[in-house]
Design a protein around this ligand. Sequence first.
Ligand SMILES: NC(=O)c1ccc[n+]([C@@H]2O[C@H](COP(=O)([O-])OP(=O)(O)OC[C@H]3O[C@@H](n4cnc5c(N)ncnc54)[C@H](O)[C@@H]3O)[C@@H](O)[C@H]2O)c1
Length: 373
Amino acid sequence: MKKSIHIGIIGAGWMGKIHSEAYRRIPITFDLGGAEVRLRYAADVEPALVKDLVKRYGYEQWTTDWRQVIEDKKVDLVDICVPNFLHKEIVIEAARAGKHVLCEKPLSNSPSDSREMINEVRRAGVKHRIDFNYRKVPAISYVKSLVESGDLGRPSFYRAFIGQDWGFKAGAANTWRFEASQSGGGSLVTMGSHVIDIGRYLLGDITEVMATSWTEPQRAKGPQFVDDAMILSLKFESGAIGTVISNWLAHGRKHHFEFEVNSEKASVLFNTERLNELEAAFGSDEEAKQGFRTVYIGQPHPYGDSFELKTGMGIGIKESFLIQFYEFVRCILEDSPSSPDFYDGWFVDEVIEKAYRSVRSGQWEKIGKWNEP
Ligand SMILES: NC(=O)c1ccc[n+]([C@@H]2O[C@H](COP(=O)([O-])OP(=O)(O)OC[C@H]3O[C@@H](n4cnc5c(N)ncnc54)[C@H](O)[C@@H]3O)[C@@H](O)[C@H]2O)c1
């Protein structure tokens, strides 16, 4: 087993900070068998931001040129936290330099770009991970285990809504997220990508999508406008169906990601505002007692013994990043498989592209097949 992993991070904005904190916490939360996680190199085009990152989290070096991070011989893992349109070039350069790569979602702005990126990481033989961090929220990991154990029976329906109000914030519309050439799309890309991934994680591959979108009329006149709200209908390979709604102009919704899965034997309902709870209803309950009950997620559940907390005390969303990066570091150290990987990123990019195509065509659009490893 390798004895240390040196992190090079590109992007010192919001995710740059969240990721850096998670790396710092890995060795004090998890047993890495004596291996070290070293914060080696940080890059951002804004010197003030990258200097602040270095000061707060203790990187050894900083630069405003991301290529220097990739060229650094000590860096083992390149972590990409920059706007979406930059992911492709950085991933390809990092893979060619033999670095393991962690990329924020979405993998890229198109499934064909994502395919190129996958070809490069496979050719280079490096580990790759897409940061669909919600998979690592213990309540969601637990739902996955209930699907796999058969306790829920066959899932037939997925209903998911992700709502925020930050699109109303002053200046929001001037950020890269509202510029199609930089973000690749609006609420569906920024928020809906997580929701599509969780649907696929729990119910399996998606085969068709039909979608409709809405953009605030004044903004829709601009050349680079993106969706403010999207509604997707989904068909799954298993025969299940689902719906995904994203909306970043939803007053009262700060970060509301809610999903319900209806299955043969039970239904489960989850909402990020109650990150440590799961609502579950079992068809086998005596009829007079039927209905949703609250399951408190904690010690008996995935990663429940990692945080020195009793059930009911609760973790936060930052722990999902911590778990994600710990798992990735571990699979680099042990040379074991990584999940979610870039193929999972490609799949979501494919659903998104076909959803936008469906908005234009008014038809169901088929999700393409590709060579999953
Ligand atoms: N997993 C999640 O829940 C989650 C949440 C938020 C954002 N994201 C993703 O993370 C990525 C970054 O989002 P963010 O919210 O941190 O954005 P941000 O705007 O806060 O930060 C992006 C940073 O990239 C820097 N940057 C831009 N061009 C650069 C370049 N050429 N070289 C180096 N640095 C450059 C900017 O100066 C900025 O500091 C996006 O892909 C986004 O979709 C994921």
